[in-house]
Design a protein around this ligand. Structure first.
Ligand code: SF4
Ligand code: MG
Length: 283
């Protein structure tokens, strides 16, 4: 069985020292090993941005795609080979600005993939502009007088769009982040995991210390019930979205693949012919 080290390759990430994305990379590698995957059973599809480089730093199948388009590619990969475990990944600009149309409809579609967003509240790769996740009043090169747009709440959007798995974590909490990625990978449907992943170079407001001071960790509430959608929405709103943990999970809804008639017929034919996925694909 592969260990997390087998999900490493010989490329040295060129993220800035201290960037939150290092922890996300480590958590994906650990989670994949912990649930018993081999590198050839995993595909990591990323968009554009500093975080988009992550697909190149994990020993698995991977594709560093185009801006905002990690999700359509990842869904296509999963539907073409449903034996693969598929992760889509990218930043808040990639997924919640140019890619937002894909994000909402991927959530509704509920294909069995895991979407990990490295949310640093800024555009890092292009040297610091306001993103949909930046706070009102946030000053950057693109908003020198402070942002006058409201801040997007991705967890509220996800719940409204019918998400079946919504979680949020923090780069500093490797244990929780790894556990949530494991849960997301094992969830039968689309899972969104938003990760507060600080940009230490361009975002001097939302720092590690800032998050430590503001985050409310759901793990401390024994009576929190992640199957209660109304409670989940309430908690997100009460905390201003600054909560971590498993926010919502609906285990009853089937994935897209399990509902699509063509795939059901294929599964039945495979059973009748007693063929594996690989043998069936060769027919
Ligand atoms: Fe990370 Fe920011 Fe550096 Fe990009 S610019 S690698 S997001 S710290
Ligand atoms: Mg960003």
């Amino acid at each position: 069985m592969a260990t997390f080290k087998e999900f490493r390759n010989n490329l040295k990430p060129n993220w800035c020292p201290g960037c939150g994305d290092f922890s996300v990379q480590a958590a994906i590698q650990r989670a994949a090993a912990n649930i018993g995957l081999e590198p050839e059973q995993l595909a990591v599809i990323s968009g554009i941005g500093c975080s988009g480089r992550i697909s190149g730093y994990i020993h698995a199948y991977g594709l560093h795609g185009i801006h905002g388009r990690a999700l359509p590619i990842a869904q296509g990969v999963k539907l073409a080979n449903r034996e693969l475990t598929v992760i889509a990944s990218g930043g808040d600009g990639d997924g919640f600005a140019i890619g937002m149309g894909h994000t909402v409809h991927a959530i509704r579609r509920n294909v069995d993939i895991t979407y990990i967003v490295m949310d640093n509240q800024i555009y890092g790769l292009t040297k610091g502009q306001t993103s949909p996740r930046s706070a009102e009043g946030f000053k950057t090169k693109s908003t020198p007088e402070g942002s006058i747009e409201s801040t997007l709440s991705p967890l509220e959007v996800a719940l409204s769009a019918g998400a079946t798995f919504v979680a949020q974590s923090f780069s500093s909490d490797l244990k929780q982040l790894t556990a949530l990625i494991e849960a997301g990978l094992q969830h039968k449907g689309f899972s969104l995991i938003n990760v507060f992943s600080p940009c230490v170079t361009f975002n001097k407001i939302n720092t590690y210390d800032w998050f430590k001071e503001h985050i409310v960790n759901l793990d401390q509430f024994e009576d929190y019930d992640p199957s209660n959608r109304i409670a989940a929405m309430t908690k997100i709103m009460e905390t201003g979205g600054l909560l971590t943990g498993l926010v919502y999970q609906d285990k009853s809804r089937k994935s897209y693949e399990d509902m699509a008639v063509g795939f059901q017929q294929e599964a039945l034919a495979k059973q009748e012919l007693k063929l594996s996925e690989g043998e069936f694909a060769k027919l």
